[in-house]
Design a protein around this ligand. Structure first.
Ligand SMILES: Cc1cc2nc3c(=O)[nH]c(=O)nc-3n(C[C@H](O)[C@H](O)[C@H](O)COP(=O)(O)OP(=O)(O)OC[C@H]3O[C@@H](n4cnc5c(N)ncnc54)[C@H](O)[C@@H]3O)c2cc1C
Length: 421
């Protein structure tokens, strides 16, 4: 049996959610243990794009990521190859750009910032839970160390061990996704998202991307949703080659995609989307980032939400551990449920209907339609409505949110949000 240590807060997971939580907690004077099963630098399957809200949060914290590449407008490529340019405009509370950064560097920089702020970093998998008066109190790590704390923050990603042992997940409700990415030497300069039909008229239940990266290396990926059935994740790997061929046919991709599944940089990962099915906090346990299921159910972004929720959980704890769960839940209710309670039901309703997915993909990229709605689409899709600058794109996005709210009002997914928040 290893040594036992006690902290104010145990943060399990040193990705963007956990490291930002640890930065904010340690700067606020808390004694923090930050535990990750991996020794950093470590890679993470990702498109490597950080959106405008993530840029703003890093700026607020005064954290600089080295060697990033700034990105702005995005191109959406429809199933027939038609392109729509989504503008990236500044809002009142966020800038008009994002950036690309390899997760190897991004996550290591944030973890180092947490350590510099005073968090104590441990390498080891949180395995056996430790209990105190019926509540989760800490973990025994695979290294043998036993770490306990007054508050446990689960920042351990989509398949969170903390969420499982604390009984916070209803597996039958979760909206799972799986995505695969690879690196290619491609000169692409703008982020591209491709809505694809694996057979004509049958939309792929997800989308693919080609994002510019650093040092001439682009990031290509394919991701799909599968509701609560995690068995369907293999489709991303099976269809990867056909998707890359589609991108080449439409002159989006110039490079060859390595067909060997063991090629460097080819990596898959789970996404837990739209909050559905995960209770984000209870008692002395708070879940942040992917562990709380905060990934955008329409476009798969999760880094900004991970960092924003990590900081919010830290602030809730610093304001008083006894009410931290309540305060943090209120933050999530105000910040994320207005969007997730519309888009999670839309995701769940559309996913089993490949013809409807194809029809939506063709409609939004149809001549005239795409250009007319592009500004509002960019705001709504990227969850940038709160804090958007007044103008036609904000009006279109507000209208879309209103229509979405009305159409999803009677769904089971909406009922879950009403009960939970
Ligand atoms: C292929 C793919 C592409 C994506 N592309 C984008 C994108 O371009 N932009 C974007 O914003 N989002 C993207 N996402 C989503 C994004 O990767 C996540 O939302 C983000 O990483 C969430 O951060 P996190 O800190 O919550 O979790 P993670 O980054 O998953 O970090 C969790 C950490 O917990 C550790 N851990 C797990 N279990 C344990 C344990 N038992 N004990 C100790 N440590 C543990 C892991 O080692 C890991 O370091 C993508 C996801 C995938 C799969």
């Amino acid at each position: 049996m290893g040594e036992g240590r006690r902290f104010d807060v145990l943060v399990v997971g040193g990705g963007p959610a956990g490291s930002v939580a640890a930065v904010a907690l340690a700067r606020g004077g808390a004694r923090v243990a930050l535990v990750d099963k991996a020794r950093f630098p470590r890679d993470k399957a990702c498109g490597d794009l950080v959106g405008p809200r993530g840029v703003q949060l890093l700026d607020d914290l005064g954290v600089k990521i080295p060697g990033t590449r700034q990105v702005g407008d995005m191109i959406v490529v429809g199933p027939t190859g038609r392109r729509v340019r989504l503008p990236c405009r500044p809002g009142i509370t966020y800038p008009g750009y994002g950036f690309a950064a390899p997760r190897l560097v991004f996550d290591e920089t944030l973890l180092a910032e947490a350590e510099a702020a005073g968090a104590e970093v441990f390498v080891g998998r949180a395995g056996e839970p430790l209990w105190r008066e019926g509540e989760l109190d800490g973990f025994e790590l695979s290294s043998g160390a036993r770490i306990c704390a007054d508050v446990v923050i689960g920042a351990d990603g989509a398949t969170s061990r903390v969420a499982d042992v604390a009984g916070l997940v209803d597996p039958a409700r979760v909206l799972w996704g799986f995505a695969l990415r690879a690196y290619v030497d491609d000169p692409v300069t703008m982020p591209h998202i491709a809505l694809w039909e694996s057979e004509p008229g049958r939309g792929f239940p997800g989308y693919g991307w080609l994002f510019p990266g650093v040092d001439g290396r682009a990031n290509i990926g394919l991701g799909l949703g599968m509701l609560s059935d995690r068995g369907a994740g293999g489709a991303a790997a099976q269809q990867f080659g056909a998707f890359a061929a589609h991108l080449r046919r439409h002159d989006v991709l110039k490079a060859d995609v390595p067909s060997d599944p063991r090629s460097p940089g080819r990596l898959g990962g789970w996404l837990k989307m739209g909050m559905l099915g995960t209770q984000p906090a209870k008692g002395r346990v708070l879940l942040v980032g992917d562990a709380a299921g905060l990934v955008n159910p329409l476009q798969g972004e999760g880094i900004a939400q991970a960092m924003v929720s990590g900081r919010a959980a830290a602030e809730a704890v610093l304001a008083g551990p006894a009410d931290a769960a309540l305060r943090y839940r209120r933050f999530l209710r105000d910040t994320y449920t207005p969007y997730a309670s519309i888009t999670a039901p839309v995701h769940a309703a559309l996913l089993p209907k490949p013809r409807a997915i194809a029809a939506v993909g063709r409609l939004v990229t149809a001549p005239g339609v795409g250009r007319a709605v592009a500004g509002g689409w960019a705001v709504f899709w990227n969850d940038l409505l709160a804090g958007a600058t007044p103008g036609p794109p904000r009006t279109v996005a507000s209208f879309a949110a209103g229509v979405g709210r009305a159409f999803t009002a009677r769904t089971r997914a909406r009922a879950w949000f009403t009960r939970e928040f």
